[in-house]
Design a protein around this ligand. Structure first.
Ligand SMILES: [Zn+2]
Length: 275
């Protein structure tokens, strides 16, 4: 069911459309034999009317069906239509097929961006969606605002047979992952890898090599995965953002991120000896 991302505001609404409906950090899901699926417009029941307003976006298509996205205000308490369920985005996305995850990432990032750019940052007047491209345009001063993605690097740092994993204070107890951080203005991705490694763990790394990327819609990131070798320095964490970091061997790993995350994909590649 490939996701085709396409600006298509004139797409007619059909009962078979796939609908991505987000409310704060929750997503409306239809469970099918234990697998989460995006519901159809015909399953929306009483929500159909709310979604038919101007706030619904056509993202393109998912398989043969058009794919739409809409958000409900965070304080909304509408019950899920019969057969559907509100589920935590972060809990459900690792269980989704890749194409559905892409569509949801696109939806989440665009809806988040639209909600924060309803007024022009230059003159304060309301913005309107462009007919011709994915952008918001100020009718008063003609400023055009495009969706913004926040790039972040995530890096597997290795020393011989060992991998550096860290426990961030926001993680659940025991969970360890790769070092990650946002790219600063004016910085290359490689510089970001070296800076984040040093800031978070006190070690210097060499030869960052790009591996893989993944959209990370919490709320608008793109994770860029790297591998880098340890060059010098002992681990020294700040104890504030990173509470613990250590070198781990393959046969003595702590709890690591779940399948479906780019961190896990990179750790699995290291476990197979592919880095
Ligand atoms: Zn303006």
């Amino acid at each position: 069911m490939p996701f085709l991302n396409q600006h298509s505001p004139d797409t007619p609404r059909q009962p078979g459309d796939r609908c991505i409906v987000i409310r704060a950090d929750k997503l409306l899901i239809h469970w099918q034999e234990g697998t989460p699926c995006l519901p159809l417009r015909s399953e929306m029941g009483g929500l159909q009317e709310a979604l038919g307003g101007g706030g619904e976006l056509c993202l393109g298509s998912l398989g043969k069906e058009a794919c739409w996205a809409a958000s409900l205000p965070p304080g909304d308490e509408t019950e899920a239509p019969a057969g559907l369920e509100w589920c935590e985005l972060r809990a459900v996305t690792p269980l989704l097929q890749e194409d559905q995850f892409q569509a949801i990432s696109c939806a989440r990032e665009l809806l988040w961006w639209e909600r924060r750019n309803r007024f022009c940052g230059c003159c304060g007047q309301p913005t309107q969606p462009s007919r011709t491209e994915r952008a918001l345009v100020c009718q008063a001063c003609r400023t055009t605002v495009y969706p913004v993605i926040a790039p972040a690097v995530i890096v597997a740092i290795t020393r011989g047979d060992e991998l550096l994993l860290a426990h961030n204070r926001n993680f659940r107890p025991g969970l360890h992952s790769l070092i990650a951080g946002f790219v600063e203005p004016g910085e290359t991705l490689e510089q970001c890898v070296m800076r984040e490694a040093f800031e978070e763990t006190g070690v210097r790394v060499r030869s960052p090599r790009y591996l893989v990327s993944q959209p990370w819609p919490y709320p608008n990131s793109l994770m860029l995965g790297f591998h880098a070798g340890h060059e010098s320095g002992e681990i020294a964490v700040d104890g504030v953002e990173i509470e613990h970091a250590a070198w781990f061997r393959r046969d003595a790993l702590p709890e690591i991120p779940s399948k479906g995350t780019v961190a896990r994909r990179i750790i699995d590649a290291w476990l197979r000896g592919e880095l």
